[in-house]
Design a protein around this ligand. Structure first.
Ligand code: HEC
Ligand code: HEC
Ligand code: HEC
Ligand code: HEC
Ligand code: HEC
Ligand code: HEC
Ligand code: HEC
Ligand code: HEC
Ligand code: HEC
Ligand code: HEC
Length: 303
């Protein structure tokens, strides 16, 4: 026992000694200024100067602060030692703890600059860091310093969502009409699923305003939650439905004024195939209950 305790103490002392001296090395280093990096990292210097971070005209930009060193930390020692990998400079990527990487960005992009909910983001809790999605030096064209364009950026990790968007009926994400970010904020929101609205329905109404009504006769599951009947990313049933009609309707209705299961019930829409019965082909219940999201004319949402 004693031996183990001694060994642990020894390790603790050694580790803290290393940490202290490493920290001192960092603290001792001083800011050298971006110009000092230029000679050895010309390509990085040039694209930095072109980007929004490199613009003196943008208030609060790295160019107006410590330049390269706003993100990479003081670089005087790195330069003194002739530069090199692992030489007194902060790097991004897997080698560095995600929180340490984020803190460099959050020094400027915290609450004051539009990312108030990063702490609530599922990405943060899953140890995904800013530079998993953003690249400062090798970003794709366009706004936002993204590593790759959407949706490929997101599909890289969310394979199940990719599979959903390949289904027969889907939101036009692959077609480029809307993006994952049209509905989600990867940097966190106060709502479930990091959506850009207080509730699912409020999100849907942003683009499908007509479904909000007001209707004199509401179909209860609609204002409650669109997802009672719809998938979001993709479905094998038309209209992004969770089930096909009539099964969808029958999952909630089995004791209406006419039975909910007339396929099997001879007493419902029975008779020759030319009468009401064949209304169940094609759009099924929707042949008659066409205004399924609500109606101001019919309590039964019939057209
Ligand atoms: C005297 C030349 C020189 C100067 C000046 C210099 N560097 Fe470096 N730096 C290097 C070399 C060489 C490497 C190794 C690059 C490689 O192996 O591809 C390097 C690597 C780096 C790396 C990656 C470190 C790693 O551990 O992978 C960063 C980040 C970096 N430099 C930033 C800076 C910044 C910021 C400045 C200005 C404050 C700067 N450098 C100034 C020569 C220099
Ligand atoms: C010294 C302050 C500072 C630091 C550090 C900083 N940024 Fe920025 N960043 C800005 C400013 C200023 C802007 C431009 C105005 C704005 O969008 O608020 C900006 C813009 C952006 C934009 C939007 C670009 C666009 O095209 O609209 C992204 C994305 C971004 N930064 C990501 C990052 C990431 C990731 C990090 C860390 C690796 C980081 N920033 C570090 C100050 C900073
Ligand atoms: C999971 C991927 C992902 C992560 C992690 C991520 N971002 Fe973003 N970020 C995006 C996408 C995608 C956009 C573009 C949104 C758009 O097109 O409107 C964006 C946009 C931004 C913007 C532009 C302003 C805005 O709100 O749209 C800033 C600034 C930014 N990110 C900073 C950060 C910082 C700082 C971190 C880390 C604390 C971070 N991001 C982490 C994906 C991510
Ligand atoms: C806004 C934050 C930010 C600023 C400012 C910035 N960098 Fe970087 N740098 C990063 C990030 C993040 C990476 C990781 C790769 C990427 O995102 O492109 C990186 C990567 C690098 C690398 C490659 C390290 C490696 O692992 O090979 C070098 C070298 C480098 N930066 C030098 C510079 C120089 C020189 C400047 C100034 C001219 C500068 N950086 C300004 C954030 C920044
Ligand atoms: C580097 C990998 C990675 C990338 C890239 C990435 N994500 Fe994520 N994302 C995760 C992980 C890990 C989680 C947490 C575990 C989970 O729910 O799958 C997560 C969670 C989420 C959640 C929340 C899930 C919930 O249950 O609340 C949403 C929404 C999301 N990501 C959207 C996006 C979008 C949109 C993009 C592209 C802009 C993106 N992600 C890019 C890894 C990633
Ligand atoms: C039309 C709006 C919309 C679009 C576009 C969208 N989502 Fe979603 N997403 C949602 C809603 C709504 C939820 C469910 C939130 C909840 O659980 O209440 C969700 C849930 C998620 C979840 C967590 C639950 C799950 O199914 O795993 C992930 C991860 C996710 N989305 C990723 C993505 C990615 C990646 C993209 C782009 C390919 C994307 N979303 C595009 C609206 C959207
Ligand atoms: C950012 C805008 C946007 C948001 C938010 C949005 N949608 Fe959509 N939705 C679209 C677009 C664009 C289409 C395709 C319309 C077209 O092609 O005519 C669509 C189509 C649909 C369709 C028909 C699909 C088909 O195959 O016929 C349904 C159902 C749908 N959305 C439901 C929803 C639900 C439920 C929500 C909330 C979770 C929602 N939408 C949120 C933009 C959006
Ligand atoms: C009771 C089930 C149910 C609920 C709840 C529901 N829908 Fe629907 N929705 C349907 C059916 C059934 C269709 C028709 C599908 C078809 O034509 O194949 C449809 C079609 C749609 C369409 C495409 C056709 C059109 O009418 O524009 C959109 C968009 C849509 N719904 C949005 C929404 C939104 C937004 C909500 C929430 C406010 C919602 N739905 C809630 C059952 C529902
Ligand atoms: C998630 C459950 C759910 C689904 C799915 C659903 N409904 Fe409803 N529906 C309700 C509820 C709850 C009411 C209101 C309570 C009631 O009167 O039974 C209602 C009311 C109705 C009414 C009016 C009843 C009346 O008394 O006037 C009709 C007609 C109707 N639904 C038809 C349909 C059709 C057709 C479908 C399939 C496209 C469908 N419903 C899918 C839950 C659902
Ligand atoms: C041939 C046309 C037609 C078809 C097909 C049809 N309905 Fe109806 N349904 C009606 C009419 C008309 C009413 C209104 C009866 C009334 O107001 O007395 C009604 C009423 C209802 C009601 C309300 C009953 C009540 O208690 O007042 C429900 C629930 C309902 N239908 C569900 C369904 C479901 C589920 C399907 C598909 C399995 C379906 N209907 C198919 C014409 C149809």
């Amino acid at each position: 026992m004693k031996r183990v305790a001694f060994f642990l103490l020894f390790m603790a002392v050694t580790v803290s000694f290393i940490l202290i001296s490493w920290n001192r090395a960092r603290a001792d280093s001083e800011y050298a200024g971006s110009e000092a990096c230029k000679d050895c990292h010309e390509a990085y210097y040039k694209d930095f100067a072109k980007s929004i971070h490199g613009k003196k005209t943008v208030p609060g930009s790295p160019a107006n602060r410590e330049g390269c060193e706003s993100c990479h930390g003081p670089g005087a020692q790195h330069i003194e030692k002739g530069g090199g990998r692992g030489v007194a400079i902060i790097v991004f990527g897997r080698k560095t703890d995600p929180n340490a990487r984020d803190s460099k960005c959050l020094a400027c992009h915290g609450e004051a600059r539009g990312l108030p909910f990063w702490n609530l983001s599922k990405h943060k809790s899953a140890q995904i860091a800013c530079d998993n999605c953003h690249s400062i030096h090798a970003a794709v064209q366009g706004k936002g310093f993204l590593k790759t364009y959407e949706p490929d950026l997101c599909f890289g990790c969310h394979r199940n969502i990719r599979a959903q968007t390949n289904k027969q009926s889907h939101h036009p994400i692959r077609e480029g009409k809307i993006k994952c970010s049209s509905c989600h904020n990867s940097m966190g929101t106060t709502s479930k699923g990091m959506i850009r609205a207080d509730s699912v329905n409020e999100l849907c109404y942003k683009c499908h305003a007509e479904k909000r009504g007001p209707y004199a006769f509401e179909h209860m599951p609609v204002p409650e939650n669109c997802l009672n009947c719809h998938e979001i990313h993709g479905s094998n049933h038309s209209g992004l439905l969770v089930r096909k009609v009539p099964l969808l309707c029958q999952s909630c209705h089995n004791d209406g004024g006419h039975p909910g299961n007339p396929y099997t019930n001879l007493h419902s829409f029975s008779g020759p195939a030319t009468s009401g019965k064949n209304r169940f082909f094609g759009r099924s219940c929707l042949n008659c209950h066409g205004n399924i999201h609500g109606s101001s004319l019919s309590q039964s949402f019939v057209r």
